[in-house]
Design a protein around this ligand. Structure first.
Ligand code: 6R9
Length: 645
């Protein structure tokens, strides 16, 4: 590793920041020494409760059981809307920027209140009750946020499915959590192209007989199929309901939402988050990590279909009464200058995106950036995958003109909010490092045997104690929750990531150590991809690994063994790639498909992925020990027929 660069906190930034270095150290120490006192105080400061808690925290990582603010009551929608109305009813809550640069609008807190109340009553009218699950399959339009907040208001549990997922993926998610109502739009619009959301929904619902209602938002007016007994237009039904809806009083541990994410085995799991701890942590991290100051315009470019969109477009900013920007489009439409034009147009102060977007824009050169001012920016953020130092430096110098600190935030769907990240007024940054833990977070590194590593070390990243926004279970499968996160290293939460800790105690995330790929910041399980491939009659066996990809971070490399007697052809290759896209969605587009007469296996029949990863990464000089293979000749054959990347 080359010499590490350190970027100190700009003194002017520190002077105005919510948290400076001394405060960070003091507060962090207190959060570890006296978690009940620390979190109790934060919970009073950040959240409005109907009823206070009996106990701040009750936990046992062996069962596992995690309870924050037991006995307390609150409502997330009330916290994100109603309590701001007296002081900022006329201020903008959501700035919406359409795919088409000529389309935008501002929604005030008063308007948000009206829309969410009305949406809540629509859901009630269609029979949705407290505790029911509602699937949301939406483009990036304000109605996506209204739908989420409406669920929260009436105590329904939303399950947002990313608009880029296929009908098959929607179906699986609807069935797994038994959603009876789906909220979607006629079409989405991205990069000037329509996305057939309603058509995908219709197809998914062929396999979901219990769904009785589809609420459809009109976005484009494009042609769609209509099922009279099941489908309702939002604008039509909204005209028939009351304007006001009182928020339900929810227990702190009542579920707020389910969000599916890929694991190393089986189908995606429904990560369940509850109300009190999640909302507190969302609000607090949004305020401290983005150093949000009243009146600023904050922009997170994620899609609401991912956890980043949940926590840092909707719940965190709105709980803080912030102005949050929601962008319907893509970074390269109409051209590669779009992000920066939007920053100028709406005077964005904080910009939060993914390394894959930065790398894609970096490839276009400085021109598209430099023709904009970006003078409103004061902080930059990144999330989703490790950021390579070159991309970090480009982001810092070219986008931020060397003025804006960068917060590299490590966290996961499961963690609900930021876990390891600099606080911009407190922590000097190093390009490529997520730096140090947020308040209350106790990270540690363990070796493969679970032994805790001290000081400078590299190992598996675990968290040794609970934090308020951690997931509570896998929906409908608590056993899987325990097995996935608490069994590898008993008594600790295992992240699935590897990391290095340097001499200053800074963490450097090295990437997944399990069979999960991170493609353009999106998680994909190799098991899911393989299951999709073997659906094809011609496929006998498949193994999927990741390999380094310039833009995507990781690309998808598939080894496919065909059924005896079937000839590999380009047409078949295309068919297989299409099959996987149809099963999962366009994010699951295989980059390289190699025909494999056989796969390298141990004598007990386990596929040796280590070797497949090396071949895919072109690291053929360091294949390691192949002597334990049942048939070492298989490797030579794979090497001889390596596919081009
Ligand atoms: C928020 C989110 C989680 C996985 C995680 C890790 C990777 C996320 C990162 C990062 C290095 C960062 N990851 N942020 N790796 N540095 N700043 O992305 O959630 O979609 O569940 O992905 O993403 O590998 O385990 P999710």
């Amino acid at each position: 590793m080359s010499e590490e660069k350190v970027y100190p906190v700009p003194p002017a930034f520190a002077a105005k920041a919510h948290i400076n270095e001394t405060q960070y150290r003091d507060m962090y120490q207190r959060s570890i020494d006296d978690p009940d006192g620390f979190w109790g105080q934060q919970a009073e400061a950040f959240i409005s409760w109907y009823k206070p808690w009996d106990k701040v925290l009750d936990w046992d990582f062996n069962e596992p059981r995690i309870e924050w603010f037991g006995g307390a009551e609150l409502n997330a929608s009330y916290n994100c809307i109603d309590r701001h109305l007296d002081t900022r009813g006329d201020q903008t809550a959501i700035v919406w920027e359409g795919d088409d640069p000529a389309q935008d609008k501002c929604i005030t807190y008063n308007e948000l209140h009206r829309e969410v109340c009305s949406f809540s009553n629509v859901l009630k009218k269609r029979g949705v009750r407290k505790g029911d699950r509602v699937c949301i399959y939406m483009p990036m339009i304000p109605e996506a946020a209204y739908a989420m907040l409406a669920c929260a208001r009436i105590g329904a549990v939303h399950s947002v499915v990313f608009g880029g997922f296929s009908a098959e993926s929607i179906k699986d998610r609807i069935l797994d959590s038994d959603c009876r109502v789906v909220i979607t739009a006629d079409e989405g619009v991205r990069g000037g192209k329509a996305v057939a959301l309603k058509a995908h929904t219709d197809k998914a619902l062929e396999g979901c007989p219990d769904v009785h209602t589809v609420v459809v938002v009109r976005r484009t007016g494009g042609h769609i199929q209509w099922h009279e007994e099941r489908d309702v237009w939002l604008h039509e039904i909204a005209a028939t309901v009351d304007a006001n809806c009182e928020p339900e009083h929810m227990s702190a541990e009542d579920p707020l939402f389910i969000l599916y994410t890929s694991g190393s085995t089986g189908k995606p799991k429904g990560v369940l988050h509850t109300t009190g701890g999640y909302l507190l942590y969302a609000a607090m991290t949004h305020q401290y990590v983005f150093d949000y100051q009243d009146g600023e315009t904050y922009w997170c470019t994620a899609d609401v279909g991912w956890i980043t969109g949940h926590t840092y477009i909707v719940y965190g900013p709105l709980a803080n009464g912030a102005k949050t920007l929601m962008f319907e489009g893509i970074p390269t439409w109409p051209d590669a200058s779009r992000f920066w034009q939007v920053c100028d147009k709406h005077q964005v102060t904080t910009f939060y995106t993914a390394p894959t977007a930065i790398r894609a824009l970096m490839r276009e050169g400085e021109g598209p950036v430099k023709k904009t001012s970006r003078s409103s920016l004061r902080l930059l953020g990144t999330v989703g995958e490790p950021i390579n130092p070159e991309a970090w430096e480009w982001y810092y110098h070219v986008v931020g003109d060397g003025r804006c600190p960068i917060v590299d935030t490590w966290w996961q769907t499961e963690t609900g909010g930021h876990m390891i990240t600099p606080l911009p007024g407190a922590i000097a940054t190093k390009p490529g490092s997520a730096t140090v833990p947020f308040f209350g977070v106790a990270p540690a590194l363990v070796d493969n045997e679970g032994k805790l590593l001290e000081g400078e070390a590299e190992g598996n990243l675990v968290i040794t104690r609970p934090w308020p926004a951690m997931m509570r279970t896998v929906y409908g499968d608590h056993k899987r929750f325990k097995e996935t996160y608490f069994s590898t290293y008993p008594g600790m939460y295992f992240s699935g990531d590897g990391a290095r800790r340097d001499k200053d105690g800074y963490y450097w995330i090295t990437g997944r150590v399990d069979d999960v790929l991170n493609v353009s910041g999106h998680r994909l399980g190799t098991a899911e991809l393989e299951s999709a491939l073997v659906l094809h009659d011609a496929v006998a066996e498949a193994a999927v690994v990741g390999y380094p990809h310039d833009i995507k971070g990781q690309g998808i490399y598939a080894y496919v063994t065909l059924v005896k007697g079937i000839e590999p052809t380009d047409a078949l290759k295309t068919e297989l790639i299409k099959l996987v896209r149809n099963e999962i969605g366009p994010i699951a587009t295989i980059d390289v498909l190699q025909w494999a007469p056989a796969l390298p296996k141990t004598r007990s029949g386990k596929i040796m992925r280590r070797i497949l990863r090396k071949i895919a990464a072109n690291e053929i000089d360091s294949l390691g020990d192949t002597s334990t293979l049942a048939d070492p000749g298989v490797v030579d054959e794979l090497l001889a027929n390596r596919a081009h990347q």
